[in-house]
Structure formats: C-alpha cells, structure tokens
Design a protein around this ligand. Structure first.
Ligand SMILES: [Zn+2]
Ligand SMILES: [Zn+2]
Length: 270
C-alpha cells in the first residue's frame, strides 16, 4: 500500500517491529497488535532478527515461530490492523544461500537487510569507538552496505548509519563520517537501480542515539539518485514502543522530498 503523505494524515504504518522471537525482543505478536490498535496504527510489519552468522537452524526457527504467531494474530485482528510477515536479516551478504532461504516462500511480505557487524568484528553495539583503527572499521561498514545493496534477497536496507546509534555524544562529535559519503552514495544508487528501498528508522526516538537513521542528508541523497521506495519503522522491541517516532520519521521523509511511504505485502510495495 502506498500512502500519499498529506499534512495531518493519521495512517501510521510501522514496518520494523521485533517480538519475543528476537533475542532482544520482549512481547508476543498478539500483545504488540493490541498496543498497535490502541495507538491508532493502520499496519505493522513484524521483522524479527535473523543474523546469518547464527546459522540456518536458529534462523529458520525464528521464521517458523513468528509465522505461527502472525497467523494467529491475523485471525484475531485481521479486520482492524494490517499485519505483515517479515524478517530483519542481518548480513545477508555473508551467507546468501541462507538469506535467500529466509526471504523465500509465499508467506513472506517484507525483508529488511541490515548490517549490524562486519566480517571479523563484533556487532557495532559492542565496538570500542575510541580504538585507534575505528575509521577502518567504519569504512568496512560502508563497504559492506555497498556489498549488501547488490544482494537479491531483501526489500529495504535497514537503519543506514547504525554505528552512530552506539556511539556516545562525544564520540559522534569526534568521529567524522564525511570520508564515507562517496561509498554511501554508491550504495544508495545501487539500491535505486535494483528497485530497493531504505527505511527511516526512528529507533523509538531513544535519547542520545543520534536520532532518526539515516539522517536527512542521506534521505535526500537517495531521492537524488532516483530512489523511490521508503518505509518507516520504530525498531521497537516491546509492545509499549510500537509506532513510536513514526510521525517524526514521516515528516523527515517529507522534508527529503518523498511523497509516498510504502507498506509491503507479498514482497511488493503496493
Ligand atoms: Zn537492526
Ligand atoms: Zn531491528
């Protein structure tokens, strides 16, 4: 479903939501749907973590458990909330065969492709941003975004600029990412060429995390290279947070020049 963005429009779609099936998620799908309806949301895409480095067995178990919960929730809330079956695949480019298996199947509505860690390193959440080679590690992040952009097993690239979330305010002020803008532009152009999108990820507007990702200039750059598909996601990990920050993410997209926001069904933005 594509939404015309008009001032004051209230239809809120949250296309990035974690449940208890994610290692860091808390609540069952049913409880999140109840909260979404209470918060006036029109639709939710459930996108639990499938980190490819955890292997096929662990990832397929997440997919199957989530599918069961989504089917149950559709039976209960189908008339009042659009519910999409999705996954957030971590590092699809590290294991393309597994990523394709996870993204495959008629039941899948939406796939976010994310980079949380680069080869040989931990998740950016655990990186020491004061280490002397931090710019090399960050360069790898942007190189891997470019590599991911070429993969055929996802719809929208997740939270571009993810390392910013884990840095302190001081580190964000100290570390300049301007040297990577060429790589970012290449990745954005590749996404646009392949008909893929990016998300405006509000991260529930958590304090001190660098704000909505990616920032405005990257959203504008995506538009400038012909990017058309954008989604909004709260990246919530608990029912109380579902939909949080979506209006702010929408207005950032509007500022960047996007007039329509997509909500995927059956892997299509319509
Ligand atoms: Zn993520
Ligand atoms: Zn997420």
């Amino acid at each position: 479903m594509e939404l015309e963005l008009e001032a004051g429009e209230s239809a809120i779609y949250d296309s990035h939501v974690h449940t208890r099936n994610s290692h860091d998620g808390r609540d069952p799908v049913i409880a999140i749907c109840e909260a979404a309806i209470r918060n006036g949301l029109a639709g939710v895409a459930f996108t639990d973590h499938c980190e490819t480095y955890l292997g096929a067995e662990a990832c397929m178990a997440v997919k199957e458990d989530l599918m069961k919960e989504v089917a149950e929730a559709r039976g209960e809330f189908g008339g009042s909330l659009e519910i999409a079956m999705g996954l957030e695949i971590g590092e699809p480019h590290h294991d393309i065969a597994l990523a394709r298996e996870l993204a495959g199947g008629a039941e899948m509505d939406f796939i976010i492709g994310s980079v949380h860690k680069v080869r040989g390193e931990e998740d950016f959440y655990f990186i020491d941003y004061d280490r002397p080679d931090i710019l090399d590690v960050l360069r790898k992040y942007y190189e891997e975004l470019l590599e991911l952009s070429e993969c055929d097993c996802f719809d929208v690239m997740g939270h571009i600029g993810y390392p910013l979330r884990a840095m302190s305010r001081v580190q964000r002020a100290k570390i300049s990412l301007s040297g990577f803008s060429g790589l970012v532009r290449e990745a954005l152009a590749s996404l646009a060429r392949h008909g893929k999108g990016i998300e405006a990820n509000s991260h529930c507007l958590k304090e001190g995390t660098g704000g909505i990702l990616p920032p405005l200039e990257i959203l504008k750059a995506f538009k400038a290279v012909g990017g058309e598909i954008v989604t909004t996601g709260s990246d919530s990990h608990a029912s109380a947070q579902v939909g949080k920050g979506i209006p702010e993410a929408e207005s950032l997209l509007r500022e960047a020049g996007f007039r329509e926001i997509s909500f995927f069904r059956k892997r299509r933005p319509a």
